[in-house]
Structure formats: C-alpha cells, structure tokens
Design a binder for this molecule. Structure first.
Ligand SMILES: [Zn+2]
Length: 162
C-alpha cells in the first residue's frame, strides 16, 4: 500500500482501502481529530450525519464543524460550543455598548457645534437688532443653553456608567 492508513483505520488496526470512507475526513496526520470525534459522537454517528447531507461541499462543512465541535466539547464538557457562542455574544454586547457610548459623544459634540453656530448667528443679529426684539432673542438663547446643559448631564451620566 502506497499511502499510510487513515487515522480511523490506524486507530482500529484496520487495513485502509483506497475507497475508505474515513480517509477524506481523517488523514493519517489527524489522529487527534479522529479520537475527539470518536469519543464525543462515535465514528458511526459521525459517518451517519455526514452521509445524511446530500451536497458534497456541505458534507465537507458538516464533517469539519463536527470535528471542531467535538474538540470544544472535550475542552468544555458542560457548555461545549454553546459556551463559545455565549462568550462571543457577551463580547458583541460589550462592543455594542462601547459603540453606543461613542456615538452618544459624537452626537453631543455635533449638538455643541450646532449651538455654537446658532449663538454666533444670534450675536450677529443682536448687533443689528432693535431693542424691542432683544428680549425675544434672550429667551431663545436661554432655552438653547438650558437644553445644552441637559445634554451635558446626559453624556456625563452615560460616561460614568462604564
Ligand atoms: Zn481508512
């Protein structure tokens, strides 16, 4: 025999035929993969699941994902692949919270810029404003600054949460 026996045949002491059904998934250098899959699924169940998939490419994907799952299940017998999913979800949540905070801050500075522009505009108008309009303009300016202070409180509150 020109080729070395696949990991499954080597493990069982079988002679590995050219049409061996295990060889495509467990070449001779993948003994560790085979042992994990055999322990977690049983090699017959593995073959049954792989063969239940009709598309050739999907069959390969099914085999590779079961190999990954088997290794993770051995490392974490309690949570297995669900533990990895939960960990990744927690990371996504954490990054999302950080992103929300940054977007909040960006919005705050945009609002500040907008208020500054309005203030400059009002100042220009004040310079050429008859005295009768002055009180109305003052009311608008006070309103804007009250709103700005509310925004500052919001941002500093959300900033101190993390
Ligand atoms: Zn074989």
């Amino acid at each position: 025999m020109a080729n070395e026996a696949c990991a499954a045949c080597k493990f069982h002491g079988w002679s590995c035929e050219p049409d061996c059904i295990y060889a495509p998934y467990f070449p001779s250098d993948k003994m560790e993969d085979f042992v994990s899959v055999h322990r977690v699924y049983g090699i017959d169940n593995f073959v049954e699941i792989v063969n239940s998939v009709t598309d050739e490419h999907d069959r390969e994907v099914a085999a590779q994902t079961m190999i990954i799952e088997a290794k993770i299940r051995e490392d974490d017998p309690v949570y297995g692949i669900a533990g990895v999913a939960a960990l990744l979800q927690a990371q996504i949540n954490s990054v999302q919270a950080e992103l929300d905070l940054v977007q909040n801050q960006v919005q705050f500075w945009k609002d500040m810029e907008e208020l500054e522009r309005e203030r400059e505009l009002i100042e220009e108008q004040l310079d050429s404003c008859p005295l009768g309009l002055l009180s109305a303009v003052v009311v608008v300016v006070v309103d804007e600054w009250v709103q700005l202070n509310l925004n500052i409180e919001e941002v500093s509150e959300s900033g101190s949460e993390s």
